[in-house]
Structure formats: C-alpha cells, structure tokens
Design a protein around this ligand. Structure first.
Ligand code: GAR
Length: 203
C-alpha cells in the first residue's frame, strides 16, 4: 500500500478529501504522517482525529531552509513515505527537497496552470477576466507552482463571482482530482517523460 506524507499549512480540506477517499475504499493508500509549518493548523487536528501521526515543524527554529527541509525529510523517511502530497502547503520547496523526492512530490494549485501561479490564484483569474478557471495537480519542481501536470479540472467563471464563490466552485474539483491523481500514482499509472505526464491505460 502506498505510503503518503502530507504537508499542509492551513484548514486541510484537501487532506480531508484524501482521508475520505481512503476511508471509502476508493484509494488504496495510507497517510503515514501530516506535517505542518503552522502551529495549530486545522490540518493537524484533522490528522489527530483519524489517529494519523502529525507534526508541527517550526521553520524559524532552523537556520536555513535546507535545515528546515531536512527536518521534514527526516520525519518523512522515518515513516517510510513514498509520495509527498502538498495540500495547501504555502511554501516553495528548495531544489534540495525537490531533487530528493523528484516526481514524488505532488502539489495542488487553484488555477489552470501555467496561468496564475502564487497567492490568490482565484482573484488573479477574476481580475484577468478569464471565463474558465480551475485547478491543477502537478509534480512539484524547483519553480513556484510549476512541474509536470498530472490532472486538471475546469469550472466556469460567472459574471457575479467573488473570490470566495469562485474558490468554492474550484475547491469541489480540487477534492475530486487530488485523490484521483494519487490513485493513479498508487496504481503505477503516472509516467513522466520529457517533463510531461502520461497516464497509462486511461479509460
Ligand atoms: C487550496 O485551494 C489549494 O489549492 C491552495 O490552498 C488551498 C488549501 O486549502 N494551494 C495553493 O494556493 C498552493 N499554491 P485546504 O487547506 O483546505 O486544502
């Protein structure tokens, strides 16, 4: 069974969707540990509720980003994590971490990448006036919200949307495609070649 480690900074609704998929028997995987860079993050409470090991690692307690990331790697290794899942983890990983887990770190971002990277992606989409928005699951590389795209889902943008209403519509899709991407990975069906993902035996 695929051993997952989740990195999360906030409320953890994507973490919840992964937990729910596992509980429903749709995803054959085990969340071994949830790590947060924010003390008291709701994601940590969610993990605790399901008896999942959870750990706050304070970035400020380390003198460099590499040292902080090494502390995360040490925990991930301790739990035998095979796939790192960033679920609302609001930090850019250094090349050191990304190389360590090359094509084994997934991220979800609330835009149709490569558009609207970084913070407030939904507001960026509204400000631009795009008619389709959405979300992307991708392998993390050295950039910010970049790396081989695994799955995407689009939603319409409505004329009267606010950042909140659009974010909510996108979130429904996030909760659908993140567990799906992990399932494909767990089945060994996610192939990366020349920086692009191919899904084997796609229905
Ligand atoms: C999600 O919308 C996720 O796509 C976004 O943060 C939210 C976390 O929600 N991530 C990013 O913007 C990463 N660049 P959650 O904590 O409820 O899963």
């Amino acid at each position: 069974m695929l051993k997952i480690g989740v990195l999360a900074s906030g409320r953890g609704s994507n973490l919840q969707s992964i937990i729910d998929s596992i509980e429903a028997g749709e995803l054959q995987a085990e969340i071994k540990v949830v790590i947060s860079d924010k003390e008291g993050a709701k994601a940590l409470d969610r993990a605790a509720k399901y008896g999942i090991a959870n750990k706050y690692i304070n970035p400020k307690a380390y003198e460099s980003k590499e040292n902080f990331e090494q502390a995360m790697i040490d925990v991930l290794k301790k739990y035998g994590v095979e796939l790192v899942v960033m679920a609302g983890f609001m930090r850019i990983l250094s090349p050191y971490f990304v190389r360590y887990y090359r094509n084994r770190v997934m991220n979800i971002h609330p835009s149709l990448l490569p558009s609207f990277t970084g913070l407030h992606a939904q507001k960026q989409a509204l400000d631009y006036g795009v008619k389709l928005a959405g979300c992307t699951v991708h392998f993390a590389d050295e950039g910010m919200d970049t790396g081989p795209i695994i799955l995407q889902a689009a939603v319409p943008v409505k004329d009267d949307d606010t950042e909140e209403t659009l974010a909510k519509r996108i979130l429904v899709e996030e909760h659908r495609i993140y567990p799906e991407a992990i399932r494909l990975f767990s089945e060994g069906r996610v192939e990366v070649k020349d920086g692009k993902v191919k899904i084997k035996n796609r229905e």
